[in-house]
Design a protein around this ligand. Structure first.
Ligand code: DGI
Ligand code: FE
Ligand code: FE
Ligand code: FE
Length: 188
């Protein structure tokens, strides 16, 4: 699916392992899109490109953020793991010619989530967490939940990520807190 140059460029930019992960996210996103009745091509494209800014070179990423005029908040500045979402959306637009705002937003928020997420944003978020190459405690439960109750699967993934980040002594991004609280309040 999609033109060869997209696959070749992506492979060159992020490396074969991260590319294989992206194919896994794309395939999982397509399945979820079918299941939840959203546009499959949008889900496929967002899934394929979600990590297009995932570079090991954080200095390069900071330079790109500056060049693109992306304002990084304090949490992002102190946790550079989080900046490949917003930078990725900008690269998808400028270098992969993606114009669809819904796709760009799914890429932008795939790591943190956000308040009041669209179904496409939710699908990319959870597909990233459960794609077939992922192996960690709890992934089977998340895989099951994703096709039973999408919101519940996001809460499950966010709870685990928040616990993981706290145990590592890191900062929790406000968008993750807002995303989780919104889902919890909505279903209560
Ligand atoms: O890019 P991937 O590795 O495929 O996955 P991702 O974009 O979901 O990034 C996952 C990493 O981001 C993981 O190490 C946990 C971290 N993370 C996710 N949400 C938050 C977070 N880190 C902090 N500090 N705060 C968050 O809210
Ligand atoms: Fe990512
Ligand atoms: Fe994620
Ligand atoms: Fe990813």
């Amino acid at each position: 699916m999609f033109e060869d140059w997209i696959h070749e460029k992506l492979k060159t930019e992020i490396g074969i392992l991260r590319y294989n992960h992206s194919i896994g996210v794309m395939e999982t996103s397509i399945k979820l899109a079918k299941y939840y009745g959203v546009n499959e091509k949008s889900a496929a494209l967002a899934g394929l490109l979600h990590d297009c800014a995932k570079s090991k070179d954080k200095i390069k990423l900071l330079k790109m953020a500056d060049e693109f005029g992306i304002i990084l908040d304090n949490v992002m500045k102190n946790n550079l793991e989080l900046i490949h979402g917003p930078i990725g959306a900008e690269i998808a637009k400028r270098q992969y010619n993606i114009e669809d705002k819904k796709i760009l937003s799914a890429i932008q928020y795939h790591t943190t989530g956000k308040e009041d997420m669209s179904i496409l944003e939710k699908i990319i978020f959870i597909a990233d967490y459960i794609e077939p190459n992922r192996k960690f405690k709890g992934v089977e439960e998340a895989r099951k939940l994703a096709f039973e109750d999408l919101d519940e699967s996001l809460i499950y993934a966010m709870d685990n990520t928040i616990k993981f980040v706290i145990n590592s002594g890191g900062l929790i991004h406000l968008d993750t807190v807002k995303a989780r609280n919104y889902l919890k309040i909505e279903k209560s």
